[in-house]
Design a protein around this ligand. Structure first.
Ligand code: NAG
Ligand code: NAG
Ligand code: NAG
Ligand code: NAG
Length: 609
């Protein structure tokens, strides 16, 4: 093999008239993720300097091949090498090819280290960026990698590693392959718009003027089943030392962006020559308040759900949450809240009570014109619910006592399992689902309740959930394929127990009205929630209320607008059910965001029929 390779090399060199001991950039990159020259010295590599950065330069081959898979550019990592060189110089260098990654969960970046200048051939050549989608093919819009077997969120996760399988690139089909095939290239993204707010470093996901799928009405890209938007690219730190704006919002127009394609911190990214520029801010700045308002009777009960992000009595954002509940959710008759902390928040002591937190919230709501909500919750066993240490987060209900009351209230405890009694009615109202079950280790136990109108004639069951988090997930553009979906097994167990409880109510009364809502920490089309739907026989309210698929989002993560928060309802609640996601947090700037989740509101007919 070796001699055949050398023979070919000699032949190619003879035919092209190049020095026998020379590698091209495309040969160095090869048509896979890892360089065939990894760890080897290369000599007389020809390249045009397209870009200079603080720690190295990017060169583009002067002898390109015709293969879409092999990038014609590469990073030369060395602080000093480029000091006496300029953009537009054509050089020849020797060096060592290496594959670098700063974390073993990432993809390797092919680069040349230890560069030595053989000669400077010329200077002053024009440097023209490749326009993505014009000088390149269009980025693929659905799949990330062939190794995902068609589903980046497929279970089981982490079945293979790109660094081991090292697949041949198929840039037309797979987003990661597409960006890998441009690694090191100077590119222009034409007509970019923002898909997220910047992260703490100012890095911002964008899409250009190429064809995208998943575009929602705000300008974000929504994750749907088997389409998690690999056509997006994150714009990293500008190479000239300037800073990207911190106030970018989803949908803002950014114009053209020129920079080099690289891989860093778990993602393919573009390092722009200079900072992003917001050319036009998306309007309106804020979403309208919900149109779903209670009619005060059983035919028009409103139900909200809101992950209020680590709320306690002393939270700065408590008043803002109250404002959202009153002015944007328009004071639903019942509010499912998640992430209610104990009375002293993250002070890590034995306090688990949340009376002060919830009375502070409910009086704040009154002070801005909302109803005098009552609340229902069960204090957890100290330090057993996960979340921020010491916070003892749990789920709770706020209900308007002019409209609703608990049916035969009988407060459960942090350790006793609720049961479905003949009726059906609940043994504990409110009570927790099997709180000692190991499925809930370091997670919230769902809070079950049974509410009725004040005349006692109309009632419905509720389950407020906050399933285990996705902490421990790997990057959507990381080495493990499909990505490690952190906590997916926990959520599978948790959805099973919750669905079993629902099934017990429906077994006693198939017309029972049941709402399961909250932060499921999972997408509707991923195994735990598919299982939940199958076992519980509930309906996804997004579907039942005909929310357009691309408008189903309550959260921003990576490049995606996505939905972790859901409502599921029993068939009896389906007629005339209405639903809205109120994008009060996803639309605004990072500084204006009150919680990391958007709230939602629904309206139901709960009249006994
Ligand atoms: C690669 O080049 C470096 C620097 O010239 C040299 O020290 C090293 O021995 C070379 N390695 C191989 C495998 O030829
Ligand atoms: C580059 O490599 C070639 C081939 O090994 C060698 O002849 C030349 O001296 C090297 N040049 C430098 C500057 O290292
Ligand atoms: C809860 O707080 C309210 C108002 O601060 C207080 O009146 C009430 O007694 C408290 N209840 C309990 C059980 O501590
Ligand atoms: C929260 O509400 C307070 C009081 O109205 C206001 O001053 C503050 O700006 C709000 N915070 C944010 C982030 O909007």
């Amino acid at each position: 093999m070796k001699s055949a390779g050398l023979y070919l090399h000699l032949l190619v060199a003879t035919l092209t008239g190049r020095s026998v001991f020379a590698e091209t950039v495309s040969e160095i990159n090869g048509n896979r993720y890892l360089s065939p020259f990894n760890g080897k010295n290369v000599t007389n590599v020809d390249g045009l300097i397209t870009t200079k950065g603080p720690n190295g330069i990017w060169i583009r081959s002067t002898v390109p091949d015709k293969d879409d898979r092999t990038s014609e550019s590469v990073y030369v990592f060395d602080r000093n090498f480029g000091k006496t060189l300029s953009v537009g110089d054509i050089i020849q260098l020797n060096g060592t090819v290496t594959e670098y990654r700063s974390n073993k969960a990432y993809i390797y970046l092919t680069e040349i280290i230890n560069p030595r200048l053989v000669k400077k051939v010329s200077s002053g050549s024009a440097v023209t960026p490749l326009v993505i989608g014009k000088d390149t093919i269009n980025p693929p819009t659905k799949a990330f990698s062939a190794l995902d077997n068609g589903d980046v969120f497929g279970v089981p996760n982490s079945v293979s590693l790109i660094s081991v399988t090292n697949p041949i690139l198929i840039p037309r089909n797979y987003g990661m392959d597409f960006w890998e095939s441009l690694s090191g290239e100077l590119v222009t993204v034409k007509g970019a718009h923002a898909l997220t707010k910047p992260n703490n470093y100012g890095d911002t996901w964008v899409a250009g003027d190429w064809r995208v799928t998943g575009l929602n009405s705000r300008g974000g890209l929504t994750t749907v089943d088997k389409d998690a938007n690999p056509e997006a690219i994150i714009i990293g730190s500008p190479l000239d030392g300037s800073k990207n704006p911190a106030i970018t919002r989803v949908g803002d127009t950014l114009g053209d962006i020129t920079g080099v394609v690289t891989y860093a911190f778990g993602y393919y990214s573009i390092l722009p020559l200079t900072a992003l520029n917001i050319i036009k801010g998306v309007e309106p700045a804020l979403p309208p308040p919900t149109k779903l308002v209670s009619n005060g009777g059983c035919s028009g009960i409103t139900v909200g759900s809101y992950n209020v992000e680590n709320l306690w009595a002393g939270s700065d954002h408590l008043v803002n949450i109250s404002d959202h509940i009153v002015n944007y959710l328009r004071s639903p008759d019942l509010v499912f809240v998640q992430e209610i902390q104990d009375d002293n928040g993250e002070t890590n002591d034995a306090v688990v009570s949340t009376n002060l937190t919830l009375t502070t919230l409910t009086s704040s709501i009154v002070s801005i014109g909302g109803p005098e909500y009552q609340f229902a919750e069960i204090d957890p066993v100290d330090d057993k619910n996960g979340g921020a240490p010491g916070g003892n987060i749990r789920t709770a209900y706020l209900y308007n006592p002019d409209i609703l009351q608990l049916r035969k209230p009988n407060l459960g405890s942090s350790t006793k399992a609720n049961e479905v009694l003949p009726g059906p009615e609940l043994k504990y109202n409110p009570g927790l689902i099997d709180p000692q079950n190991s499925a809930w280790t370091a997670s919230r136990k769902p809070l079950v309740a049974n509410f009725e109108t004040l005349d006692g004639k109309n009632s419905f069951f509720t389950i407020n959930v906050h399933f285990g988090s996705k902490g421990g997930s790997s990057s959507i553009e990381g080495d493990a394929r499909p990505l490690v979906n952190g906590g997916v097994d926990d959520r599978q167990g948790q959805t099973q127990l919750t669905a079993d409880f629902v099934a017990k109510i429906l077994a006693k009364d198939k017309k029972a009205k049941i709402i399961v809502a909250g932060d499921f920490n999972e997408f509707a089309f991923v195994q735990p929630l598919e299982n939940f739907k199958d076992v519980s026989h509930l309906r996804d309210l997004d579907e039942a209320a005909n929310i357009p698929e691309l408008e189903r989002y309550t959260y921003l993560f990576d490049m995606n607008s996505q939905e972790l928060d859901h409502m599921y309802i029993s068939q009896a609640l389906k007629p005339k059910a209405q639903y809205e996601h109120v994008h009060i947090n996803t639309w605004v700037t990072k500084a204006q965001q009150i919680s990391d989740h958007d709230p939602s509101v629904a309206k139901f007919n709960i009249c006994k029929n």
